[in-house]
Ligand binder design. Sequence first.
Ligand SMILES: Nc1ncnc2c1ncn2[C@@H]1O[C@H](COP(=O)(O)OP(=O)(O)OP(=O)(O)O)[C@@H](O)[C@H]1O
Ligand SMILES: [Mg+2]
Length: 254
Amino acid sequence: MTRLICVTSGKGGVGKTTLVTNLATAFSKLDKKVMVIDGNITTPNIGFHLDMPLAQPTLHDVMRGSVRIRDAVRRHEAGFYVLPAGIHFDEMKGVDPSRLGEVVAHLDGTMDMIIVDSAAGLGREAQSAMDASNEVILVTNPDLPSVADALKTVKIARDKGKNITGVVLNRVRGHRHELEKHEIEAMLSIPIAAEIPEDASIPASIALRKPVVHTNPRSPASQEITRLAHALIGLQYQKRSPGIITRIFSAIFD
Ligand SMILES: Nc1ncnc2c1ncn2[C@@H]1O[C@H](COP(=O)(O)OP(=O)(O)OP(=O)(O)O)[C@@H](O)[C@H]1O
Ligand SMILES: [Mg+2]
């Protein structure tokens, strides 16, 4: 059975796409067959994170009905499959976001997991990504605007009868002014499944256009995402001490 996982958020820019590409990498390392789909139809970013920004054909062509799914799917060097969306403004013309569900339904049964990168917010696009999936991973940062918006996403997911597999707290710095884990859990009434630290290796990996779990698997963020991937399939993960690359980054950026 394919797990259909939507990674979403209320507020934008909290780290969804980063989590999607890195969870896919971590699952691939666990020998899972995984596909990521760029369900962010109007502002797609997966292509930038995975060094395929100008890939053609795309999900937009598939949703328009002009291309078969298999002709738009690529394999990433980290082992997973990718269905990227087109980045050009014109490509969105004539594309109905609600058709995403049909694409995902076609792929159901071909993978262990399909991870849909959602648009932020509560609009039609974000709701289509949620409708196409049966599990929701909700990403937030430890600040009030992100958590307040996440609460609205929780309400929508519950109204749709979707299972919220976990809340992922991203960009945790441990600063005094941040909301604490127990406060966020109380506000959302959902346990935090992972706390990904602020980690300079993430923007560095995005600049390299490769998932950090692939390029620097022992960075603090990589290890927490890897632990989350293990937990999502019922496995334990023993964290290791950070590698030399991480120690160099820490020395430069801390
Ligand atoms: N744990 C982290 N440590 C440091 N930087 C991070 C971390 N997570 C994400 N970022 C940075 O935050 C930025 C936004 O991340 P990302 O594109 O994944 O967010 P998003 O939720 O997908 O955004 P959008 O809502 O626009 O789709 C990126 O530039 C990335 O480098
Ligand atoms: Mg994104």
